[in-house]
Design a protein around this ligand. Structure first.
Ligand SMILES: Cc1cc2nc3c(=O)[nH]c(=O)nc-3n(C[C@H](O)[C@H](O)[C@H](O)COP(=O)(O)O)c2cc1C
Length: 193
């Protein structure tokens, strides 16, 4: 049977807004990794660039949301899938990320989302998974069953997002991104039934 190849679009949400952040290196890496292999079109949605205030309400109830808030919402809504690249702060995910998860509450429903965690410690931010998964599950996000923890992110990736062990990193990234693409495909099949 002839299978039409459709290019999916993946938004890479970089969650750290910290000056001198390191987890953004992983966002740069995914952008390049996916782009070079033509697996999907991509864009980095960078919370540091947006520099959002703390939202007091969900977007649907904001009276006159700022342009950049609408722009952010549009980019997440129009993505077929999202890779969240988040650091671990005190065993959880940063306030900057919770801020935008709550902002778009309903828009996360059934959105295929893959989670990549980072830390400068040895465990790669894996403690984030339980709290982040739970928040996303609560709003019916489709979190894909794949992990991409990055230990010692300050040394395992350089500023441009190049990993020191490219072969092993690419192998892990292949499995991670394939899982996300599978879920994106599955969702599209259901929507086109
Ligand atoms: C407020 C704060 C809390 C942190 N808590 C942890 C932690 O619980 N475990 C850990 O391994 N690293 C922790 N770190 C270090 C981060 O893992 C490190 O900064 C890493 O580079 C990822 O965050 P970044 O993208 O903001 O740089 C913390 C950093 C900050 C700023």
């Amino acid at each position: 049977m002839l299978k039409l190849l459709v290019m999916h679009h993946i938004a890479i949400l970089s969650a750290s807004v910290r000056t001198g952040r390191n987890s953004h290196r992983v966002a740069l890496y995914f952008n390049k990794f996916i782009g070079e292999r033509n697996l999907a079109s991509t864009e980095i949605v960078d919370l540091q660039e947006y520099n959002f205030p703390l939202f007091h309400e969900r977007l649907q109830y904001l009276e006159s949301p700022a342009e950049e808030v609408l722009d952010f919402a549009k980019r997440i809504r129009s993505a077929d899938g999202v890779i969240i690249v988040t650091p671990e702060y005190n065993g959880g995910y940063p306030a900057s990320l919770k801020n935008v998860i709550d902002l778009l509450t309903n828009d996360w429903r059934r959105k295929p989302v893959a989670i990549s965690t980072s830390s400068d410690g040895s465990f790669g931010g894996t403690q984030v998974i339980t709290s982040l998964q739970f928040s996303l599950w609560k709003i019916k996000t489709w979190t894909v069953p794949a992990m991409f923890p990055v230990p010692k992110v300050n040394v395992t990736f350089n500023d441009e997002g190049i990993p020191i062990d490219k072969e092993a990193t690419d192998k892990r990234a292949t499995a991670f991104v394939n899982e996300l693409l599978w879920c994106i495909e599955a969702k599209k099949l259901m929507e086109n039934k």
